[in-house]
Design a protein around this ligand. Structure first.
Ligand code: SF4
Length: 198
């Protein structure tokens, strides 16, 4: 397993615990970690988010835990100092793991990059907790009862480490990046009233 590159990076890792959700937020718009972690604004809950929580709870109630199926499970990667709550994981033969995530959105034509990177971050944490096993694919289930199957790469840490570093730099150096170039994202963003793309 590659070592963290610098002393500074080690200090930042200790100082700033992160979650897979932070990776999702950063990939959606790098301004979000600034509002959440530097300005410490509590994420306002939209109606869509409340419905999402209810849908999520319903899905988890229906899931049946067993020796091969773990449901709603908290995990942490101590060295990277990143944690996550995983909706469901399936332990398969051949040391493979399938990761299941529920999203309260419309079935997209293609998985958004922020959702993909959240899955990669979660997989890094899972693999750290199940030595010798690999998360080979993930499934995202949508309210329409459709799902997308996503194959995951072998080397996931290489993707996640620079993202964690960037988020920690935003917090440590209080960096406010320019607004996202995709204005449509702002229409759905809970931080718009603080940000206003200024
Ligand atoms: S309003 Fe737009 S630019 Fe501002 S944080 Fe949200 S998505 Fe980013």
């Amino acid at each position: 397993m590659p070592q963290l590159q610098s002393k500074q990076e080690k200090i930042l890792t200790k100082q700033y615990p992160l979650t897979a959700r932070d990776v999702n937020d950063y990939a959606y718009c790098p301004r979000i970690p600034y509002w959440l972690k530097v300005r410490k604004i509590r994420q306002p809950k939209s109606i869509k988010m409340r419905y999402g929580e209810q849908y999520h709870a319903k899905y988890l109630r229906r899931a049946k835990p067993s020796s091969e199926t773990l449901v709603n499970i908290y995990m942490k990667h101590k060295m990277l100092n990143i944690s996550t709550i995983i909706d469901l994981i399936e332990l398969n033969e051949n040391n493979l793991i399938y990761l299941h995530e529920v999203k309260f959105t419309k079935l997209p034509p293609k998985i958004p990059i922020n959702h993909y990177l959240q899955l990669i971050a979660q997989s890094v944490v899972i693999e750290n907790n199940f030595e010798g096993k690999k998360v080979s694919k993930a499934f995202i289930t949508y309210p329409s009862n459709n799902y997308i199957e996503i194959p995951l790469p072998i080397s996931k840490e290489k993707i996640i480490r620079p993202i964690l570093k960037s988020i920690r730099e935003i917090i440590h150096l209080e960096i406010l990046y320019p607004p996202t170039s995709n204005y449509n994202k702002c229409l759905d963003c809970e931080f718009y009233k603080y940000c206003r793309r200024a």
